[in-house]
Design a protein around this ligand. Structure first.
Ligand SMILES: C[S@@+](CC[C@H](N)C(=O)[O-])C[C@H]1O[C@@H](n2cnc3c(N)ncnc32)[C@H](O)[C@@H]1O
Length: 364
């Protein structure tokens, strides 16, 4: 049966192809030009939407300084996605998940009103109290920093501290966007994380997560190759000790602070850190976890981080729109980039298929 199907397919395929070729060959030249013209018109409309005339994608001289490449990446991807939204909701609520010291909120809070002067941006954030990555009492400093840097908002109400095991303290569909920087590699329960992310995102909303995945060759906290890839705790500890005894990676910095530190001590403490406080996964695991909660996931923006970094290194001014994402060149850079640095996961919540069905059945 199977071989008959394959035989049938092989028999019919060339015929179908040549049939199509003949039809194309017969098509008058005017139809081709009409086709090319309509494509050009369509892409022009698309670009016009991406760059509405009143918005300068370079933001102008008042833009806040770029202190972090990942913050710039989150801003550019978010701005690109907002520009693609037909009518961004107002107020445009953004959630910073695992907001830490609040520097990303600070950056977005200054940059977005410049890029989108007609958008009423309202940023919220939360972090978890029982994770162990952050020092005790850091959240009070986060609130104090934002009260000073972005006055006028009720930061004690907008910033929340919760347990990593509990549901996020917001109504369903409360946010038009969500962001996170260097958080997903610390999350233990991805199912809970993506379930909550899907729940608090409004339909048509977007989430931008920048983080190192398991693909990365060098563990970013310790700057030691493959340390995060070990499942065996003994192997992990040996790898950290070996690298530290060569005076490489983070050990060098710690040794400067404490000259009596031994590679063995460092390895024991940091193997414990990697096992208890990190949870690196491959890209497909994040996509699967997102899909389980009906989110569309893509890593197509990962390349933009490298493209922009290269531009900045060459002395170029930052751009706040991503161009070329989804193309072959970006695809290749994204694929390679995941081995080198953070990846960018973009999630969207949409009801396109339901709307399509309603339109087809004439309900709208
Ligand atoms: C490396 S810090 C990054 C902090 C901040 N986003 C930044 O860019 O500076 C990782 C943060 O993720 C938070 N975190 C860990 N697990 C989390 C979870 N399940 N949900 C939300 N945040 C989490 C930690 O408390 C910590 O603040």
């Amino acid at each position: 049966m199977k071989s008959a199907l394959i035989h049938n397919f092989c028999q019919t395929w060339p015929n179908r192809a040549s049939f199509r070729q003949r039809r194309i060959a017969k098509r008058p030249a005017a139809v081709h030009y009409l086709f090319i013209f309509s494509c050009a018109l369509h892409s022009h409309k698309h670009l016009a939407r991406m760059h509405p005339p009143d918005i300068d994608p370079r933001g102008g001289p008042d833009m806040p300084p770029v202190l972090s490449g990942t913050h710039l990446q989150i801003l550019s991807v978010l701005a690109t996605e907002i520009a693609l939204m037909e009518t961004p909701p107002t107020p445009f609520r953004i959630l910073d998940i695992g907001c830490g010291d609040g520097l990303l909120i600070d950056y977005l809070g200054h940059a977005l009103p410049i890029l989108f002067p007609n958008l009423e941006v309202e940023i919220h954030g939360f972090d978890v109290s029982d994770h162990g990555v952050q020092p005790q009492g850091y959240f009070a400093a986060t609130i104090a920093h934002l009260e000073q840097s972005l006055p006028g908002a009720d930061w004690p109400a907008r910033l929340k501290l919760i347990s990593e095991r509990e549901a996020w303290p917001y109504e369903d569909g409360f946010f038009a966007a969500a962001v996170s920087n260097q958080v997903l590699e610390h999350v233990h329960d991805h199912d809970l994380f993506f379930a909550q992310n899907a729940r608090v995102l409004a339909c048509g909303g977007v989430a931008v997560h920048v983080f190192p995945s398991r693909h990365t060759l060098i563990e970013p906290h310790l700057r030691i190759p493959f340390a995060h890839r070990f499942r065996d705790a003994h192997g992990m500890r040996r790898m950290i000790r070996l690298w530290s005894s060569l005076n490489r990676g983070k050990f060098r910095e710690h040794k400067r602070k404490n000259p009596r530190l031994t590679p063995d001590e460092f390895a024991a403490a940091h193997a414990d850190f990697l096992i208890r406080y990190t949870n690196f996964r491959f890209q497909t695991a994040y996509l699967d976890a997102a899909k389980a909660h009906r989110l569309h996931g893509t890593f197509k923006y990962t390349a933009a981080y490298f493209v922009e970094k290269l531009r900045l290194m060459r002395g170029g001014a930052p751009r706040y729109r991503v161009e070329g994402a989804g193309g072959v060149r970006h695809g290749l850079v994204s694929w390679l980039g995941r081995y080198v640095a953070s990846v960018t996961l973009v999630l969207t919540r949409t009801d396109r298929y339901d709307r399509y069905n309603r339109e087809m059945s004439g309900d709208e």
